[in-house]
Design a protein around this ligand. Structure first.
Ligand SMILES: *[C@@H]1O[C@H](CO)[C@@H](O)[C@H](O)[C@H]1NC(C)=O
Ligand SMILES: *[C@@H]1O[C@H](CO)[C@@H](O)[C@H](O)[C@H]1NC(C)=O
Ligand SMILES: *[C@@H]1O[C@H](CO)[C@@H](O)[C@H](O)[C@H]1NC(C)=O
Ligand SMILES: *[C@@H]1O[C@H](CO)[C@@H](O)[C@H](O)[C@H]1NC(C)=O
Ligand SMILES: *[C@@H]1O[C@H](CO)[C@@H](O)[C@H](O)[C@H]1NC(C)=O
Length: 491
């Protein structure tokens, strides 16, 4: 068993592979697995990774100089920029959302899950004597002149898997900013923790829960005077779950660092403080939950805390709350076997959930389309709310993921520490189900070039259970064992 630091359970990626584990995302949910299984596979280098084009590099260089100006370093002029944009990609019917970063000198771009439920940055990494599996673009430290090996091991465990490797530092460009960032170079992950084109994960929680101990990218900027217009970042996430024409990758919405984007929401942003200054996860006090108009009894105090987590697909709740929610839905029943941990209900029932946070008088509505996580047979759907017993761990009892976040504009603000929600604008809503090309990697408001995926898909080899190896494991076997939703593949 792993013994985590008391407040370091990354929530990210809960249920990530629910939709990624097969070609049919509407297949029967996988069972929560009975324990953290740490069978791992190697991530190894693929051949012929193409380098970024000359133009993109020249833009990236300019961007770096602009950032130097912002930090008061270098000889660059006054191209001060204090907020930036990253276009997101929605993977397989809202299973997960990724953005893009660029790392190293010369910079290479990578697609990473943007995860407010954890606080580490890591990338799949390999060296020149290894080969790739699964077409994942790898960070190759020997090709970056600014890379520094920090000589420490790194390990992290999520609800849906784990990743291990070493720590390094390099230039990281993201949403128009550059930071010398400590990050994990991961050479082992649980099977299917990553699926191409995703190469890693950018944790957007607070430093206090970082397994690496490093200050997260966003937080370094928020703590640097004048770096950001406002000490916050914001998400607008698209919905494709009920779009029968949806592709594997669709436009996922917009991430904004250092500002909110007023074209994406209407009305005021309703901020509620993180209770008790408990920064780590982005926590909110859940004070109201109505299911088709019926109020659900909620626990109080820290028993009613919820992490607002872009890296989780659905909504994790304690079992008694789950039971109460589905008592309000006629003809629903507890799932069993492959669907245990979920409830099943007639797909013909439109379920609307209203949520209230903190002392706010406002409530936010989860659409029936988002509540219907997966159709399991012709008439039966599995709801997006699932059981997540976090007792005995440091994770809050509720985890509100993308099922909720698709319905609001969400703002994560470090000072005062709070989370804000606003109504989506018609422009945002119009992006839902709007089929088209998924965005190219954006490192700022200008495109960069992603290495073309020309790698071999040779076979990976080797497995190890990894336990006891990583120096910074922040796993909770309890959490992992109950929310792994989709980890049949690991068993
Ligand atoms: C991963 O990296 C660590 C640290 O460098 C090394 O000890 C381990 O053998 C590597 N594992 C694989 C599968 O390459
Ligand atoms: C990053 O570190 C390098 C080397 O220490 C330094 O030259 C550069 O100015 C730093 N960049 C930023 C943005 O702090
Ligand atoms: C606001 O978001 C839209 C949609 O992603 C984008 O086109 C626009 O450039 C953004 N505006 C700013 C100032 O970032
Ligand atoms: C998908 O769900 C949303 C939210 O309920 C709804 O507005 C939209 O019309 C639905 N789209 C389709 C194609 O059914
Ligand atoms: C897995 O971990 C256990 C307990 O730490 C250890 O005894 C065993 O040798 C490990 N197996 C492998 C393949 O590393």
């Amino acid at each position: 068993m792993l013994s985590p630091p008391p407040s370091a359970i990354p929530l990210g990626l809960l249920l990530l592979s629910l939709g990624l584990s097969g070609t049919d995302a509407r297949a029967t949910p996988h069972p929560p697995s009975p324990g953290l299984v740490s069978r791992t596979i190697d991530i190894v280098r693929r051949a012929n990774v193409q380098r970024s084009a000359e133009d993109a590099l020249s833009w990236l260089e300019q961007n770096r100089l602009a950032t130097h100006a912002k930090y008061g370093v270098g000889a660059a002029g006054n191209q001060k920029r204090a907020s930036g944009l990253n276009l997101l990609t929605d993977v397989q019917l809202d299973s997960t959302y990724f953005g893009s970063i660029a790392v190293g000198t010369p910079p290479t771009s990578f697609d990473v899950i943007l995860d407010t439920g954890s606080s580490d940055l890591w990338l799949a990494s390999g060296s020149s004597d290894t080969r790739s599996t699964r077409g994942i673009t790898l960070f190759e430290p020997e090709t970056s002149s600014t890379f520094q090996d920090l000589g420490k091991e790194f390990g992290i465990t999520y609800g849906s898997g784990s990743a291990q490797g070493v720590l390094g530092e390099d230039r990281v460009l993201f949403s128009g900013f550059e930071v010398n960032q400590t990050f994990g170079l991961v050479n082992q992950t649980s099977q299917q923790l990553l699926t191409a084109p995703i190469s890693g994960l950018m944790g957007l929680g607070f430093q206090t829960i970082a397994a690496s101990g490093a200050t997260p990218f966003w937080q370094s900027l928020a703590e640097t005077s004048g770096a950001l217009d406002s000490p916050l970042f914001a998400f607008q996430l698209t919905r494709f779950t009920n779009d029968s024409n949806a592709q594997q990758l669709e436009a996922g919405g917009t991430f904004t660092l250092g500002a909110t984007n007023s074209s994406l929401f209407t009305g005021d942003i309703d901020y509620q403080d993180i209770p008790d200054g408990a920064t780590g996860y982005w926590i909110q006090q859940l004070t109201g939950l109505k299911v088709n108009g019926q109020s659900i009894n909620l626990p109080t105090g820290s028993n009613g805390w919820a992490a607002i987590d872009t890296g989780t697909t659905g909504v994790g709740v304690p079992s008694d709350t789950l039971q109460a929610i589905f008592s309000a839905i006629p003809n629903s029943q507890q799932g069993s076997g492959q669907s245990s941990g979920y409830y099943l209900y007639p797909c013909s029932t439109q379920v609307t959930v209203e949520v209230t946070w903190g002392s706010s008088s406002k409530s936010w509505t989860i659409s029936p389309a988002d509540f219907a996580l997966q159709q399991v047979d012709q008439d039966t759907c599995a709801g997006a709310f699932f059981e997540i017993p976090t007792q005995g761990t440091s994770a809050p009892p509720f985890i509100f993921g993308d099922t909720f976040l698709k319905n609001v504009y969400s703002v994560f603000r470090s000072s005062p520490a709070s989370v804000g929600f606003a109504q989506l604008s018609s422009e945002s809503i119009a992006m839902n189900g709007a089929n088209g090309a998924a965005p190219s990697a954006t490192i700022g408001s200008v495109q960069s070039v992603t290495p073309t995926n020309t790698g071999s898909s040779g076979s990976g080899s080797g497995s190890s259970n990894g336990s006891g190896r990583a120096s910074a494991v922040s796993a909770s076997a309890v959490l992992a064992s109950t929310v792994l939703g989709a980890l049949a593949v690991l068993l």
